[in-house]
Write a protein that binds this ligand. Sequence first.
Ligand code: MYA
Ligand code: JJ1
Length: 388
Amino acid sequence: RNKFWETQPVGQFKDLGDTSLPEGPIESPTPLSDVKQEPFNLPNLYEWITCDMDSEEMCTEVYNLLSNNYVEDDDNMFRFNYSKEFLLWALCPPGYYRSWHIGVRVKSSKKLVAFITGVPARIRVRDTVVNMAEINFLCVHKKLRSKRLAPVMIKEVTRRVHLENIWQAAYTAGVVLPTPISTCQYWHRSLNPKKLIDVGFSRLGPRMTMSRTIKLYKLPDQTATPGFRKMEPHDVPAVTRLLKNYLKQFLVAPDFDENDVEHLLLTRENVVDSYLVESPETHEITDFCSFYTLPSSILGNQNYSTLKAAYSYYNVSTKTPLLQLMNDALIVAKQKDYDVFNALDVMQNESFLKELKFGPGDGKLHYYLYNYRINHVLRPSELGLVLL
Ligand code: MYA
Ligand code: JJ1
């Protein structure tokens, strides 16, 4: 069990509950000259590549690998289908390193068969802001599973992160590894219940008919909050202030500056949508909500091939009740033809999930830190971080 993870500087299951260990880095940084200069060895048939995501061909290869081999639900009915525009956005935030976009090819055919990425992020843990890598999009082609390729990919991304003098990382996974800093629950709000039921994403509840179900999930045609509008480029400073102040209350949260907000939150069609409330009287920006677009392929359905899902991203309420703000987010998502609105129980999301008719899904998401010990398992509401 966990022969690889037992060798890594991460919280180990045997240490759970041991509060004598100090919080913070598990290992100290080594001099940069001591970081291994050559890539880790791959089995002989394969070679490392650095992926240039700006190249249309490279981006297409990555897209194809992920769309056929990335994360599926427990029953293999749906598979995440990140768009090319989304990948380019997620992988190229301010200060990104091209060397952290890592692929593995078959030497003979040049076929891309594995992928892993990191992007830099400043993440605050309690009072300390730590330079970290956010690791995402680890994927090994279905035909090459269980050959211990993943540990080599993880060691190689770790090496390349170390070369930039960064020694910590944050990541999420649907599987349990040593050891989660928190475990979150996915919740789902039906926007197009008939399609969700037809494709097996949800079921007709007991004593429910299709028409009662459609009525249950009906939403108003228009948003309710006066001053609710799309975020625009000139809002970046105000949104950054609002978000920075809001995220202070969480134990683990990103430390965003204006460049991050500009990149991560300004609306990009079919990638990320941001809305805010501008007070009609004072023109102050008082509230904010956002979601990103991550469709899933529907595997083996006669009538439908994709599920259009919105995922709750960062939301801030200071004046408009969060419940009302998120109801407006549901209304715009419905107008934009999303089938479902998904959210984790992070931050203050619990305060609206049940009332806005979200239901718990069958998936959980575990949050992890690499080379940083936290002595207590966090409640999801203590997390102020959403990874893509
Ligand atoms: S999470 C999304 C992961 N991707 C998928 O689920 C897509 C579909 N699945 C696959 O492509 C493969 O099954 C993967 C494993 C590639 C996941 N995170 O090669 P193997 C451990 C970490 O024989 P395969 C995301 O992207 C497993 O416990 N470790 O297995 C965040 C075992 O180790 P141990 C994982 O199935 C990724 C070993 O791998 C995961 O062929 C964060 C088996 O290797 C997982 N999701 O391939 C990565 N799944 O024996 C860590 C399995 O010890 C980053 N394993 O139990 C750490 C920080 C690095 C940077 C540090 C900087 C300082
Ligand atoms: O989407 C998910 N589950 C859905 C579909 C389940 C299909 C059968 N397995 C689900 N639907 C129920 C919705 C219902 C709507 C009305 C109200 C009650 C609920 O539960 C799950 C999340 O719940 N998604 C996954 O399993 C995908 C993988 C999640 C792990 C992600 C790993 C992230 C990678 C790191 O970046």
